[in-house]
Write a protein that binds this ligand. Structure first.
Ligand SMILES: O=C(CO)[C@H](O)[C@H](O)COP(=O)(O)O
Ligand SMILES: [Fe+2]
Length: 252
């Protein structure tokens, strides 16, 4: 049976001037995790915030008491240099560090303002490094990336180098409020067929209108930004998303 539903509101759609309170409020309304979108203006054409802000919001939300527990900070790293920020985000209170496959394989060792550079790292080395730093590791793919790049990574017999979660983007990364791309769901179906117990996250355009398709495909970690933060009753939306996923467990 696939793992139970995990609802992870994307705080990209929260009021940034009230971020700490918005985060604790959302957890109080029934969210399991918080999905924290980190954008650097290079990997994606938009910027959000970095580790100092994550440190601040962590002080408003109790850390999880177990792996994947309530209050998990699921940091979606839409950044060109994923290895460089691992230690900073661990210190800031990130629990699950989810990097993009495309960034890891294309990391260009760019010179940074501090003069350091990101080493070119294979996805499996980066996963090991994230685990050694004490976080869960996730790997994300954009719509233009084939799911086939993931098989070798998931089939690795070395446990420390295998991701705890795969994130299938159902929009082009960079902005909230975009339309759901159902064309990405065959990736989820293929992953669920081979890995019944894997955490499979979908991100982008999820709402009460699109959740049934994502749940049928086998996604269990549901990111929803505008659908939750734009709702009159966010708690009700969280509940409906969770029920839709859990109703399909065991039928997949
Ligand atoms: O990673 C993201 C964008 O790159 C966001 O997590 C995602 O778009 C969530 O927002 P919404 O639910 O409004 O689509
Ligand atoms: Fe995201």
């Amino acid at each position: 049976m696939s793992p139970p539903a995990i609802i992870a509101p994307s705080i990209l759609s929260a009021d940034f001037a009230e971020l700490g309170r918005a985060c604790s409020h959302t957890i109080g309304q029934g969210a399991d995790w918080l999905h924290v979108d980190i954008m650097d203006g290079h990997f994606v054409p938009n910027m959000t915030f970095g580790a100092p802000v994550v440190t601040k919001i962590r002080s408003h939300v109790n850390p999880p008491t177990e792996a994947y527990g309530k209050g998990t900070f699921d940091c979606h790293m839409m950044i060109a240099e994923p290895k460089r920020w691992v230690q900073d985000f661990k210190k800031a209170g990130c629990d699950l560090y989810c990097f993009h496959y495309e960034a890891a394989v294309n990391s260009t060792a760019a010179v940074t303002p501090s003069g350091t550079s990101d080493e070119k790292t294979s996805p499996k080395e980066l996963i090991r490094y994230i685990h050694e730093s004490g976080m869960q590791a996730g790997i994300a793919i954009k719509p233009s990336t084939s799911v086939d790049v993931l098989w070798e990574i998931l089939e690795n017999p070395v446990k420390e180098e295998v991701p705890d979660m795969v994130l299938i983007m159902t929009v082009e990364p960079g902005f909230g409020g975009q339309s759901f791309m159902a064309s990405e769901l065959p990736k989820v179906t293929a992953l669920r067929k081979k890995y019944p117990e894997l955490h499979i996250e979908v991100d982008g355009g999820l709402s009460e209108k699109t959740i049934d398709q994502a749940a049928d495909a086998g996604a269990n970690v549901i990111v929803a930004g505008s659908a939750v933060f734009g709702a009159a009753d966010p708690g009700e939306v969280i509940l409906k998303l969770r029920e839709a996923v859990n109703a399909r467990r065991g039928k997949l």
